[in-house]
Design a protein around this ligand. Structure first.
Ligand SMILES: Nc1nc2c(ncn2[C@@H]2O[C@H](COP(=O)(O)OP(=O)(O)OP(=O)(O)O)[C@@H](O)[C@H]2O)c(=O)[nH]1
Ligand SMILES: [Mg+2]
Length: 224
């Protein structure tokens, strides 16, 4: 019999305005890389990482959404499958912070009720051009009963912690409810296509993307 090499599979989703650094955060988290140019995500991508959380092996599948509004019809369809959401803004962009309530609304409208949501202020290395104070964002997060972290994908500051804490919160919630089944599908009614590649092992990542025409994609099966 083939045994699973992990105890849990968790699905997280990165959302937020274009350019806030979602893809860079995911690259830093999954493979400790940084991309200095802005190559806008088209539709949706994903990466995987194996993590040890409190002695349990967790396979974390992180979906990286495009922040551009024109992809919203595609990206919205991934909200419901997410167990945890990382909502990212850029501390040096007031505009990206002011869009956070709109993203929260989208999350509330499209996610399951108990989805774990966390707010992330990225680019702390740009302190000299900061446009959002820590206190302001923390107060907003408290008012909305969500955690808040400041991070920098560029200089590695605090990147692991929000991912780890979201996973831990999801696991706590799942232990009180029915466990997620891995082999389930997402129906996509817009122009979406999948492709992916895998490299397994502790700390390694799996990458894939969604960009053309299929009506149903069995994401988890196709990549594990
Ligand atoms: N200084 C600094 N720049 C960053 C940081 N994270 C990302 N960037 C830069 O911000 C730009 C946008 O980063 P991306 O990760 O592509 O942004 P995104 O949120 O994925 O954007 P979309 O895919 O269009 O939604 C790139 O030029 C990155 O190099 C950071 O922590 N510090
Ligand atoms: Mg991106």
């Amino acid at each position: 019999m083939i045994s699973k090499r992990y105890d849990h599979l968790l699905r997280l989703l990165l959302v937020g305005e274009t350019g806030v650094g979602k893809t860079c955060l995911l690259c830093r988290f999954s493979s400790d890389d940084f991309i200095s140019s802005h190559i806008s995500t088209i539709g949706i991508d994903f990466k995987m990482k194996m993590m040890d959380i409190d002695g349990q092996t967790v396979k974390v599948q992180v979906w990286d959404t495009a922040g551009q509004e024109r992809f919203e019809a595609i990206t919205k369809q991934f909200y419901r499958r997410a167990q945890g959401i990382l909502l990212v803004f850029d501390i040096s962009s007031r505009k990206s912070y002011e869009s956070v309530p709109r993203w929260l609304k989208l999350i509330k409208e499209n996610c399951k009720e108990h989805t774990v949501v966390t707010l992330i202020g990225n680019k702390t290395d740009k302190l000299e051009t900061r446009q959002v104070t820590f206190l302001e964002a923390q107060t907003f997060a408290d008012q909305n009963s969500i955690n808040f972290y400041e991070v920098s994908a560029k200089d590695r500051n605090n990147v692991d912690k929000p991912f780890r804490d979201v996973c831990r919160a999801v696991l706590q919630h799942e232990s009180l409810t029915e466990p997620e089944r891995e082999n389930t599908s997402i129906t996509i009614d817009t122009q979406v296509q999948t492709e992916g590649s895998t490299q397994e092992g502790p700390g390694t990542s799996v990458v894939g993307s969604a960009t053309s025409s299929q009506t149903q994609a069995n994401w988890c099966c196709s990549i594990s």
